[in-house]
Design a protein around this ligand. Structure first.
Ligand SMILES: C[S@@+](CC[C@H](N)C(=O)[O-])C[C@H]1O[C@@H](n2cnc3c(N)ncnc32)[C@H](O)[C@@H]1O
Length: 214
């Protein structure tokens, strides 16, 4: 599915999020708080759109994804980033080798998010950080009702016009609605062994950042 959306993925993101994705990416960088020279894994990095702002801080960022189509578009568009093919459920990295691991809009897409969280912990050094940026559930009920209507009715129509694979965006709407609430995802992080777990809502809770420490 991601191979099919790769070509127009960055543009579609900007349009569908009404430009909010730039704010979310800024918030991820602040949350990861990379220090120069740190080794950071951006998992499910796709075309590297989420990796680039991290790399601009001076950290050494590895962009890893299992979609060869996304990686090919990313490598052509952002040759300065090291792209690595790898599955979140069986990462091609040693234990304890990253100072921080982050995943933006990817955990929901893995077949087994709990296993992916455990695998991310395996490759993070003791004391290292995790930041998960993922669609979540708006906290103010009237806003949530409106937003869910946008997801189900408007988003597929817009995707028909801008995306190279509009069916993928119908899946997006369904998967966001089926995704755990913020407190449930926090519990999943804890079950995977992450400590000091907390979260921060962005854009009224339509996106949340979850933090953990290894
Ligand atoms: C919505 S894109 C997010 C890309 C990027 N992080 C961003 O924020 O723009 C989700 C990505 O997750 C990747 N993905 C899904 N399951 C994966 C897995 N098991 N291992 C590695 N990547 C995976 C897909 O290939 C896709 O590129």
């Amino acid at each position: 599915m991601f191979d099919a959306v790769a070509r127009r993925y960055d543009l579609t993101n900007d349009v569908l999020s009404l430009g909010q994705d730039r704010l979310w990416r800024r918030a991820v960088v602040d949350a990861v708080a990379p220090m120069a020279g740190e080794q950071i894994l951006d998992l499910a990095a796709g075309t590297g759109e989420s990796s680039l702002p991290l790399a601009h801080t001076g950290a050494r960022v590895v962009a890893c994804d299992f979609s060869l189509g996304m990686l090919a578009v990313g490598a052509a568009r952002r040759p300065e980033l090291p792209f690595v093919a790898g599955d979140a459920l069986a990462l091609p990295f040693d234990d304890d080798c990253f100072d921080a691991v982050t995943i933006s809009f990817g955990l929901r897409n893995t077949h087994d998010p709990a296993a992916a969280l455990a695998e991310m912990r395996r490759v993070t050094r003791p004391g290292g950080r995790l930041v998960v940026c993922e669609f979540a559930h708006a906290t103010f009920t009237p806003f949530r009702v409106l937003y869910e209507r946008y997801l189900v009715r408007a988003l597929p129509l817009i995707a028909d016009r801008v995306s190279s694979a509009p069916a993928a965006y119908r899946y997006l709407a369904e998967s966001i609605q089926a995704w755990p609430f913020q407190d449930e995802l926090a519990a999943m992080l804890q079950e995977a062994g992450w400590s000091q777990v907390r979260w921060r809502n962005l854009s009224g809770g339509i996106v949340a950042l979850h933090y953990g420490v290894c």
